[in-house]
Design a binder for this molecule. Structure first.
Ligand SMILES: CC(C)(COP(=O)(O)OP(=O)(O)OC[C@H]1O[C@@H](n2cnc3c(N)ncnc32)[C@H](O)[C@@H]1OP(=O)(O)O)[C@@H](O)C(=O)NCCC(=O)NCCS
Length: 190
């Protein structure tokens, strides 16, 4: 088991962007603290609504780095030079959820629509397979149909919609699409 996590810590992926710059995907490291704080500090108010905790608060983001433990949360970051432009995470379930994980992703606005989100989620899928997970979940508000479509294109299924599962800072409730990717098909097994 130790070997598997050491190998995952060395996970790398590169991609050349349309402007010719080089994008690197690798697991978040302790030294990325300021770059990660900066990424969320650049996020718009609307984007910050999608987070479970207040990512605009540097202390919150710092605590993610301070408590870094790949077995609990596996964060894959995207870098262009020294700039951290994306953060995609696998949140592993425990006990009766130990066969699944939740996927979350956030990209700098300037780096969207270039296939980076797709590459990051595909990488997380690869990592989830290596860890031996059976299912991946995504939660996306239904006011973002284009993001839902992106997940469907990667093989996720729209399992169910939870009505009013999400509340905005102004008190508006939104419906949440629960998307699932089954890495192992248990259908038909008793
Ligand atoms: C969701 C997000 C990660 C997508 O990343 P991305 O790098 O822009 O996505 P990609 O370029 O790989 O696009 C994948 C597909 O998603 C869909 N898509 C994503 N954003 C879209 C948009 N603004 N308009 C239309 N389609 C969009 C398209 O189907 C796209 O495929 P295409 O480019 O071939 O048409 C990014 O927009 C983001 O960080 N958003 C804010 C946070 C968020 O909503 N997270 C999702 C909840 S976990």
């Amino acid at each position: 088991m130790g070997d598997m996590w050491e190998q995952l810590a060395r996970y790398r992926k590169v991609k050349t962007l349309v402007d010719g710059s080089r994008l690197l995907l690798r697991p978040l490291q302790k030294g990325d603290k300021q770059a990660l704080v900066d990424l969320f500090a650049r996020a718009s108010r609307e984007d910050l609504e999608w987070f479970r905790s207040d990512a605009a608060d540097a202390r919150v983001v710092e605590s993610w780095v301070d408590n870094l433990d790949y077995r609990r949360v596996f964060p894959l970051v995207a870098l262009v030079g020294d700039k951290l432009v994306g953060d995609a995470t696998l949140h592993f379930g425990e006990h009766y959820h130990s066969h699944l994980a939740w996927v979350r992703i956030f990209l700098d606005k300037a780096y969207r629509r270039q296939g980076i989100g797709t590459l990051m989620v595909q990488s997380l899928i690869e990592i989830a397979r290596r860890v031996g997970l059976q299912q991946l979940y995504g939660e996306i508000v239904t006011t973002q149909p284009q993001v839902i479509q992106g997940f469907l294109d990667m093989g996720f299924q729209h399992e169910v919609t939870l009505r009013d599962y999400f509340i905005t800072s102004t008190g508006e409730t939104l419906d949440m699409a629960i998307l699932v990717l089954r890495l192992v098909d248990n259908a038909g097994k008793f």
